[in-house]
Design a protein around this ligand. Structure first.
Ligand SMILES: Nc1ncnc2c1ncn2[C@@H]1O[C@H](COP(=O)(O)OP(=O)(O)OP(=O)(O)O)[C@@H](O)[C@H]1O
Ligand SMILES: Cc1ncc(COP(=O)(O)O)c(N)n1
Length: 263
């Protein structure tokens, strides 16, 4: 008998399917894990932006969590858009009860398009339970209250957020001007590491943060230590960005090549 490695995403729905729950499930499938999902909110969204958001009631989120966790042995969990502090509270309660193993918290606050998808107070509730938190530069700035525009500030933010709760923090630098490299800074019990990859020149960057955190969760579920998991996730995202580089899919910031169709 074989039990596929099972992971869970707790996130919002993106109707354009480049980010959110849909991206997470694609990443899980692409990397060989069985994906389960708990929806926190429904967004009307495409590559151009977010048109509407409907947060789900906290009880509906708890009910989904109970259904998944009572039937599947989940090896790792990632959270994305939480929607409201009340929903974050329901998820934090599950985390505090030890029900969310290997928790990867992607502190989704603002979509690439600029639409607000979450609030700092909600994310802060979950950070103490995170094995890994994956803020981008804007999220790291919002969470620490200090600007994050270069590698030194990314490092300071990663250290501050680790001191404030998460075991490991990787500040991702997709939007930081580091020339022809995309640079992320990881800080945790083993110290600080700078991860570098070639920057893919593309407008199809919708969902990079979601996909990075989802890939990290899969690798943790498969048994990788955190530094190995995030390095593998970065490689995956770089490949998926390169694959979709010349796609024409939507008029805005298009999705990535999650399955390596164009590799
Ligand atoms: N153009 C790019 N080329 C290579 N890697 C990139 C590029 N853009 C982002 N990345 C990488 O993607 C991962 C996610 O980081 P990013 O900072 O883009 O997250 P994000 O801003 O939360 O993403 P999004 O909000 O678009 O979902 C990081 O490893 C980052 O370095
Ligand atoms: C439902 C949902 N979750 C997360 C994001 C962030 O992704 P991005 O920053 O790439 O827009 C999003 N746009 N929609």
């Amino acid at each position: 008998m074989t039990t596929p490695t099972t992971v869970l995403t707790v996130a919002g729905s993106d109707s354009g399917a480049g980010a959110g729950i849909q991206a997470d499930l694609k990443v899980f499938a692409a990397l060989g894990a069985y994906g389960t999902s708990v929806l926190t909110a429904v967004t009307a969204q495409n590559t151009r932006g977010v048109d509407a958001v409907l947060p789900l009631p906290p009880q509906t989120v708890s009910d989904q969590l109970d259904s998944v966790l009572s039937d599947f042995t989940v090896r790792a969990v990632k959270t994305g858009m939480l929607g409201t502090p009340a929903v974050a509270g329901a998820i934090a309660e599950a985390a505090a009860a030890g029900r969310l193993p290997q928790l990867v918290v992607d502190p989704v606050l603002v979509a690439t398009s600029g639409h607000r998808l979450g609030v700092v107070e909600a994310v802060v509730r979950l950070l103490p339970y995170a094995r890994v938190a994956t803020p981008n530069s804007a999220e790291a700035a919002a969470l620490t209250g200090a600007p994050v525009t270069g590698v030194a500030e990314m490092t300071a933010a990663a250290r501050a957020l680790a001191a404030g709760g998460a075991e490991w923090v990787i500040v991702t630098g997709g939007d930081v001007d580091t020339g022809d490299e995309a640079v992320d800074v990881l800080h945790g019990p083993d110290g600080t590491t700078v991860l570098r990859a070639p920057r893919v020149p593309t407008r199809h960057t919708h969902g990079t943060g979601c996909s990075f955190s989802a890939a990290t969760a899969v690798r943790l579920a498969l048994g990788d230590p955190v530094p190995v998991a995030v390095a593998a996730a970065k490689e995956y995202v770089t490949r998926a960005l390169a694959g979709a580089r010349d796609w024409e899919l939507g008029a805005g910031r298009g999705p990535m090549d999650h399955f390596g169709w164009s590799a």
